[in-house]
Design a protein around this ligand. Sequence first.
Ligand code: MG
Length: 370
Amino acid sequence: MKITNVEAIWLQLPTVDERADGTQDTLVVKVYTDEGIVGIGEVDSSPMAAKAIIEAPMSHRIARGLRMCVIGENPLDIARLWESMYQGSIFFGRGGAAQQAISGIDIALWDIAGKAMGQPVYRLLGGGFRDRLRAYASILFQETPEETYNLARHLVEQGFTAVKFGWGPLGTSEAMDLAQVRMARQGLGANVDLMIDAGICYDTVTALKRAHQFAEYDPFWLEEPLHPDNIEGYARLAAASPIRIAAGEQETTLAGFQALLDAGLAVIQPDVARVGGLSQAIQIGRMAVQRHRLCVNHSYKTGISIAASLHLLAALPNATLLEYCVEQSPLRQMLTRETFPVVDGYVAVPQEPGLGVTLDEDVIARYRVA
Ligand code: MG
């Protein structure tokens, strides 16, 4: 089998605003083969930047577009092709958008391998520890604490046993922060897990103060309170916080996750569409297992990322929680024909060969920019 083409498809809603809502656009990757199998992947990045990295011509040996690194090669040689993309992008890559772009092709290669072998991807990653994951509903803090309260009630009624609120107005004032978290907890009741995503809004001292203040509302974790480069702050926070500290969604490299684990984080959150795909996400997950920390996916894109995350988490011994974005964007809800329904608070791991997703080409046609 040989790779004949790589297509990077930029999708975007008609209007995009500054909210931290990753479902406003995406980059879908299709990898075509001479045997008719097409692999599907997704990149979480600035879509136009990642598309350029895939399609770029050669500048020299270590500055090549990712597409030309894999064309003509056997798609089943996933590790070799990953290395070829990594080596081919040393000059402008080794992290950031290049690593995010590698993710899309890597996920598609795993999809091809699963389809070729007639197995779900998690089995190719070593096999499954579970056939469903407990989904936590993931959504942004609303503009007012009352709106957050109402949304919390609504999500509990939908059967979620865990809910995360993030970003939005958090960090604007101490009063707003405490009111938002208090009303989120009141809306969820005492028996639903609450996660708080600070969205990089604090310095170290404020984050530590908030961790103590939020503890009264029994959050399961406080996520990404600090700038991703503030590793020393994370170490101080992790050592002194009464609640779990989670982070990692901005990291794209093994070294980045190593640093967060060294800093003592309780939870790391690799995004399979950012860290170089399933090939690297599974290594990051196993690093967490080795250190007795939790690995929970970051995912705020489409059904492609949800499926890839389910395969990743199914193959890790200590992963039980799934980030499950509940934005109502058509890209989140309609791009894949599979909807990943939440049943009794859980989402099933796909059992079809490959990722187990099929794309709605009408949705692609409607939102395609380039
Ligand atoms: Mg987050």
